[in-house]
Design a protein. Structure first.
Length: 220
């Protein structure tokens, strides 16, 4: 896949980047953005950057797994292939766990969902159930229970990854929820600001929207 013009400056920055503070969050954000772009060169360079920053392969694998919740199966499958080629794992990924019972997914999904959405949990539940109750159940069980509650990646890094997905895909409503969610699960405001700034050149107009959301949250 050839690099789109808007992606080339991002790739150049990946090639030049190195340790500079908040290394793990920034590496995860860069990799997540590259997956959202569906650009093989960007993904490969983001993997190389992650390795330079000391980020382990399991963290990247978890980002691939959660990408389908926000970007769909085609981009997840493409990202999985690029990761396997750029950073082979001959014996399979150590993050693999057999599926848990659906009751377990439901329980831990409900807990994480309410942590991320806080006071908005009931309002969102009522809104989604009003037009598609199945979607809400799947969001809690499949999204928050089966995928986002996996212990192989810290929830702060997961939320920053999601912010990157949503910025590249320009999903302002969901971006607001997950910027708030990142703060609720313990992301430092400076980490969130840095994640947004790192995507400034490749995520317009979502960049401006993100800044407005941060201002409403009282984060400079």
């Amino acid at each position: 896949m050839s690099s789109r013009p808007s992606v080339r400056p991002f790739i150049a920055r990946l090639r030049q980047a190195g340790p500079a503070g908040y290394d793990e969050p920034r590496g995860i954000v860069a990799y997540s953005a590259a997956i959202a772009m569906a650009d093989e060169t960007a993904m490969s360079e983001a993997i190389s950057l992650a390795r330079r920053l000391g980020i382990n392969r399991t963290a990247l694998y978890e980002v691939v797994l959660q990408s389908y919740l926000f970007l769909g199966f085609p981009r997840m499958l493409g990202a999985g292939e690029v990761l396997a080629a750029a950073w082979p794992q001959p014996n399979g990924d150590s993050a693999y766990l057999p599926d848990l019972a659906i009751q377990t997914w439901s329980h831990r999904g409900e807990e994480l969902y309410r942590t991320v959405y806080g006071d908005n949990s009931n309002r969102l539940q009522d809104r989604v159930r009003s037009f598609a109750p199945e979607i809400f159940d799947w969001m809690v069980v499949e999204g928050y229970g089966k995928v986002l509650s996996r212990p192989q990646l810290d929830i702060v890094l997961r939320e920053l990854s999601i912010v990157a997905f949503l910025m590249i895909d320009n999903r302002p409503r969901q971006l607001m929820s997950h910027l708030r969610g990142a703060i609720r699960v313990g992301a430092a405001p400076a980490q969130v600001v840095q994640a947004i700034e790192d995507l400034r050149d490749v995520a317009a107009p979502a960049y401006s929207e993100a800044l407005q959301i941060l201002a409403r949250l009282g984060i400079a």
